[in-house]
Ligand binder design. Sequence first.
Ligand SMILES: [Mn+2]
Length: 436
Amino acid sequence: MKDIYRDRRNRLMKSLGAGVLVLPGARLTTRNSDVHHSFRQDSDFFYLTGFDEPASCLILSHDGQGKTESILLVPPKNKEKEIWDGFREGAEGVVKNYGVDAGYSNEELADVLFLKLEGHKTLFFDFDRDRSTDKAIHDVLLRFKTLKRKNPVFPRKIQFFKDELGEMRHCKSSQEVELFKQCAEVTRKGNEAVMKALKPGMYEYEVEAILEYEYKRHGGTHGYGHIVAGGYNATCLHYHDNNQKLEAGTVLLIDSGCELPHKFTADVTRCYPVDGKFPPKIREIYEIVLEANKKAIAKCVIGSSIREVHREAQRVLASGLVKLGILSGDIDSLIDNGELGKFYMHGTSHWLGMDVHDVGRYDEPDGSAVLFREGMMLTIEPGLYFRKEYSGIDTPYEGIGIRIEDDVLIGGSGPVVLTSSIPKEVAEIEAIMAGK
Ligand SMILES: [Mn+2]
C-alpha cells in the first residue's frame, strides 16, 4: 500500500505543478467532558498518506522539474501519552512505515512551514479544513512578509487544490474497486443477518446492532449513521432515532454501509417486510421503486450523466404514481411542475468512494452535466414516500416509505452493480426470510 500512497502524492503534485502543498488531517473531537468521538481520518489526507493518527499534517512540494518531496508532521513519540492512548509512529516511524521523505513532530509545524515554504512561489492550500492550520499559514506568510532581508522567495500566490484532488479520487482504479467490493460484501452479510433475524416486536436498535456487529467482526464500521426505519419512520429520509418497535404488516427500511480500514464505504438501502411477507399495498409501491432502480442502473453507461439517470428514475416513479391514480397528467410535466416531488423529494445519485457522498463535481463550469467516465462510482437510490403532511394529498399509501439503493460502477462495457449480491427482488427476500 505504501507505493499506492506515494504514487497518489506524486500524481497530485505533477498535476498541480511547481509549489508546496499543505494538507492537515483530522483532529479528535470532544464527545462530552474529556471523552472523544472515535477518530475518523480526513479522507483526502488518508487518500494521500494511509496515515491514521489525529492532528497530523502533510506537506508536499514540487520543484517544477519533476522532483517531489513528502513530509509528515505527526504526534511526537511520548511514553506517557502512549501508555494512556496507544502507540504513536512518531517522526521516524512515518519515514520507515509510510514512505514519506521526512517526518517531524506536529509541534514543529510553524518552523517546518517556514523552512519548507521558502523558495516556492505557489502555496496549494484549502482554507477551512482546520482552523489552527489556517492560522499557522497566516502566521508563516506574515513572518516572510516582515523579514528584514531583501526579497525572500516565498509563496505570494495561494491556489486551492480540492478540485484537482477531487478529480483524482473521482475515477476509481481497478484496485480501488476491489477494495470497495470488500465493503459491499460485508454490507451484504449485515443485510443477510438482518433478514434472518427480523421479526415483529424487535426494536430498530436491535437491527442496528446486528448490522454493526457484522461490520465490526469483519474489521469495519458504519460509513455513516445507520438508518433503521420501521414503518412510518421510513418517510423521514435521514431518520436516525432508531428506537421504535417494529410491527407486523410494516416494512423496515435499512440504509447502511460498511466502511473498512482502507476507508471505502458502501451505501445500500433495502426494505424488508417485518413479518417476512410484503403487504399488498406496500408491494405495489416497492415494485415501482424497484423498476426505477433497475431502469436508472441501465442508464449508468459512459457518456450518460447523473442528470439523465435521475430523469429516468423520475419518469418510472411518475408513471407508477399515474397508474396508481395518485397523480394524473403528462409524465414530464409532473416531474417539471413539482408534483412528483411531493413523493420523491431527493436526487437519485451521488458519487461514492472514501466519503459516502464522495468528492467529484456534478456540473461542468459551463453548467452542463459531468458525463460518466469509466471508473466513476455512484449510488442509484430512487424512493417513494407517502406522507400527507408533505404532499397535501390523501392516498391509500399513507405512511409508506420505500427506497432501494445500489452502488454502481461505470464499467468499460456497461454498468457494474457492486451490490448485486444483496437481494432486492420480492420473491428472493421473502424466501430468505422464510428460511428457504
Ligand atoms: Mn446514498
